[in-house]
Design a protein around this ligand. Structure first.
Ligand SMILES: [Mg+2]
Ligand SMILES: [Zn+2]
Length: 224
């Protein structure tokens, strides 16, 4: 059995929603009505993110200094290690921004990792964002995680998804096994979709070890 694992960044790998805190801080809270409308699904992620970025003022140095405070779930390096040992491709799928994802992961020595995200462009005190993965196929996402999974998965993979929010919904719908917390868990319940609830990534790692062991045992039994 082949597996691939897709994981969100903000408040899934990190212990806080870096993107939301970032836009709120650098727009001095002016982004908040946009986020409310987005959560009510009145505006798309594309519209929400580009408008939030448009409200932000600060230099590259100020942006980097601000994100220094954020930390990752210390179970994440363990999950990365397990996936490497078990030959499970791991992809970070995010509607957040490349610079803070790489900076925060780099702080923990995690540099060799597949990341699909949006891109920040620093422009003389203004912030612009590029959404290189955006397509018309999905009206709601900036970087549709469902589409990324359809592109990246191998045909026979069992797809594992780990996330926490609305931007994870398309990704979770593509998965065979979903680990969810917070808003994502609520949205999945509205759709009557099964998921495994988790609080931290150590739990995800431990469950995954159990799944791999039982798949291995079954494989051994069926070979007699
Ligand atoms: Mg998230
Ligand atoms: Zn989508």
């Amino acid at each position: 059995m082949n597996y691939s694992l897709f994981i969100d960044f903000d408040y899934t790998i990190t212990t806080d929603d870096v993107g939301n805190r970032f836009y709120t801080y650098f727009s001095q809270g002016k982004n908040e009505p946009l986020v409310k409308r987005w959560l009510n699904r009145e505006i798309t992620t594309h519209e929400c993110l580009t408008k939030e970025a448009g409200l932000c003022r600060g230099t590259r140095e100020e942006f980097i200094e601000y994100i220094e405070r954020f930390e990752i779930d210390t179970g994440f390096p363990e999950l990365v290690r397990l996936c490497a040992e078990a030959n499970i491709p791991l992809y970070v799928l995010s509607d957040g921004l490349d610079f803070y994802i790489r900076h925060i992961l780099g702080k923990y020595g995690i540099n060799e990792i597949n990341i699909y995200s949006n891109i920040a462009v620093f422009n003389n005190g203004f912030l612009e964002i590029e959404l290189p993965h955006w397509t018309e196929e999905c009206a709601s996402c900036g970087n549709c995680k469902g589409e990324r999974i359809r592109q990246l998965r191998r045909k026979d993979d069992r797809v594992i998804y780990v996330g926490d929010g609305l931007s994870d919904l398309c990704g979770a719908r593509e998965a065979d096994l979903i680990f969810a917390k917070d808003d994502l868990a609520k949205f999945l319940e509205q759709e009557d979709r099964e998921y495994i609830e988790y609080e931290n990534l150590f739990e995800v790692r431990d469950k995954l070890i159990g799944i791999l062991n039982s798949a291995r045992n079954k494989g051994a039994a069926s070979r007699g």
